[in-house]
Design a protein around this ligand. Sequence first.
Ligand SMILES: *[C@@H]1O[C@H](CO)[C@@H](O)[C@H](O)[C@H]1NC(C)=O
Ligand SMILES: *[C@@H]1O[C@H](CO)[C@@H](O)[C@H](O)[C@H]1NC(C)=O
Ligand SMILES: *[C@@H]1O[C@H](CO)[C@@H](O)[C@H](O)[C@H]1NC(C)=O
Length: 451
Amino acid sequence: MAFRGWRPPPPPLLLLLLWVTGQAAPVAGLGSDAELQIERRFVPDECPRTVRSGDFVRYHYVGTFPDGQKFDSSYDRDSTFNVFVGKGQLITGMCVGEKRIITIPPFLAYGEDGDGKDIPGQASLVFDVALLDLHNPKDSISIENKVVPENCERISQSGDFLRYHYNGTLLDGTLFDSSYSRNRTFDTYIGQGYVIPGMDEGLLGVCIGEKRRIVVPPHLGYGEEGRGNIPGSAVLVFDIHVIDFHNPSDSISITSHYKPPDCSVLSKKGDYLKYHYNASLLDGTLLDSTWNLGKTYNIVLGSGQVVLGMDMGLREMCVGEKRTVIIPPHLGYGEAGVDGEVPGSAVLVFDIELLELVAGLPEGYMFIWNGEVSPNLFEEIDKDGNGEVLLEEFSEYIHAQVASGKGKLAPGFDAELIVKNMFTNQDRNGDGKVTAEEFKLKDQEAKHDEL
Ligand SMILES: *[C@@H]1O[C@H](CO)[C@@H](O)[C@H](O)[C@H]1NC(C)=O
Ligand SMILES: *[C@@H]1O[C@H](CO)[C@@H](O)[C@H](O)[C@H]1NC(C)=O
Ligand SMILES: *[C@@H]1O[C@H](CO)[C@@H](O)[C@H](O)[C@H]1NC(C)=O
């Protein structure tokens, strides 16, 4: 191949590489040593895209004379040569990863005289070129290699908070960052400008559990400057795996899988519940299970013993029922998570089975009478009739009432503590004894939790 209409080589050697071709037409009479040669030394198996006019490329090169003596190398400067590709240039048609050896005869280079410095006269120049990166300023992101789970009930949208793992590589395969190396997901709001524009867009429309590759051109990534170990003008390839996402406006979601034929007694605030659960992340990772502990988890509903989402998820449930409760982090363990157990900002999945329900007392009560209250209550409590009731006497009496079914303590709490609180409440002057007078005063006030 040789040319007609050749214009004089521009001074910077590097441009030489780019401006050579053009209206290529065979020229008779040139010796083989005078020919422009392009040898495709290596072409990758996959070549989805090749360099075209108007693209921007980053490449490395070594420039030598035919005898192998080096006169220039981008490797020595430790940075690629980055440039727009014009019409008909020598790297047109190259794909990323391709290596070419381009031999330029003197008449297309510095001719008879050389450049007066490094290039002597009549020198052919041999460029060993490796294309690292390629994009077009008109490119948007591209999404490839999608692996979407079968059950995809919801796709991410702007304003969602997403947790994902990723490997970030350059087009030549160099890994520049990976969330796996930190053992934790990258967590961010999406569509709101918290991440580079290309990712902000590429993370929209994903399913939980989805994997995809997001290819981000530099103008939607870190631009001409680059960042850290990301070179300037680099195309970025993110292989991501979506672990979960939620929206800050999400509530919990409840799916009931089984209800027994009689499901009329439903759990409510104050009830004492015994249940089994398996807790996992949306990607299926098991976090915790009562089955492993070999015993149920027991709580008083509405008393703050579990995270808010769990408290909500256990309401209006009957004994024997099985349900799945999905809890967004703001109703779970929040941004912090639980060190070593629950990742920060994680959506949690609880598979729950309610085994036992003990109805609670009316709201605010810790003890109630089942029937009429005895008119001679103080005298009954004051067993030894000395006009003073000590804690021991009081406790014995209350427990006897509970045992005989006449009274009831709030289930799920420490009975001794309730009794002690009741006693302290009656003992107005705090001397450790309740007198008939103190008892009556309290009685008149007729407050909760009192006799
Ligand atoms: C990530 O976890 C692995 C295995 O548990 C451990 O060897 C490694 O040190 C952890 N890396 C970091 C950065 O915590
Ligand atoms: C990231 O790279 C690691 C190591 O090669 C691999 O195990 C993991 O599946 C990759 N993740 C994604 C989302 O491609
Ligand atoms: C929890 O997992 C165990 C073991 O896989 C299973 O037997 C049990 O039924 C699960 N419990 C609930 C409440 O889903």
